[in-house]
Design a protein around this ligand. Structure first.
Ligand code: HEM
Ligand SMILES: [Zn+2]
Length: 186
């Protein structure tokens, strides 16, 4: 079984076989600063958590919600042909956003179960609620776009909904990042 060590200076955990004399995270040199990492995780769970499936997947909705917020507004103050090009990119983002939020939710539920064995913990329940709000917002944004495009008030409604969505996305990220070094052993 792979042995793990952790850096006493910064807490970084790594496979012992990957150690090259200094901490890859904080750069501190010297074997003395490393200690055996004893919190036991089964190799299967360790492997799956190390793939960072959810943290990678959530980059997509996080970027797309920002595009949905900013590009239609920038397009308002810019002349053609750039305006139309920005609106095309924003339209694509609006179409793909709901799917990527769904991806974030599925991978989040998977990683949450992997880390804590259940997804009914207080922090995860808050994340699930924020995710559902973000999913609904992404669908409403799509609906507004399909019915009115970026004309008239629609652009402002899309901007307002995207601003709330961005707040949800920031909340989801900040809450998620606090859980990186915690998990139920076993
Ligand atoms: C059912 C919903 C969700 C659950 C249960 C959940 C759970 C988790 C968990 C357990 C982590 C810790 C890292 C890991 O084990 O992967 C995490 C991190 C994170 N989550 Fe979620 N999550 C959910 C939805 C979302 C959504 C929809 C987003 C973004 C739109 C998001 C953004 C993040 C971010 C940014 C991190 C930190 C990643 C990093 O700092 O690189 N989560 N989440
Ligand atoms: Zn370190």
């Amino acid at each position: 079984m792979e042995e793990y060590i952790y850096c006493k200076a910064c807490g970084y955990i790594m496979a012992k076989s990957h150690f090259t004399g200094r901490c890859p995270a904080c750069g501190i040199p010297g074997e003395a600063l490393f200690e055996a990492y004893t919190k036991q995780l089964s190799p299967g769970r360790r492997f799956l958590l190390d793939q960072h499936i959810h943290p990678i997947a959530v980059h997509f909705p996080q970027v797309l919600i920002l595009i949905t917020l900013l590009l239609p507004l920038i397009a308002l103050v810019i002349g053609n042909p750039l305006r139309e090009q920005l609106q095309i990119v924003a339209m694509l983002a609006i179409f793909v956003l709901p799917l990527t939020v769904l991806g974030g939710i599925c991978t989040g539920l998977f990683d949450g179960r992997l880390r804590f064995r259940r997804v009914t913990t207080p922090l995860l329940v808050r994340k699930i609620i924020a995710s559902v709000i973000l999913q609904l917002l992404s669908l409403i944004i799509l609906g507004v776009y399909l019915s009115s495009g970026f004309s008239g008030n629609a652009v402002w409604i899309i901007a307002a909904l995207s601003a709330v969505g961005t707040a949800c996305s920031i909340y989801l990220g900040r809450t998620g990042a606090t859980m990186f070094s915690s998990f139920l052993p076993g």
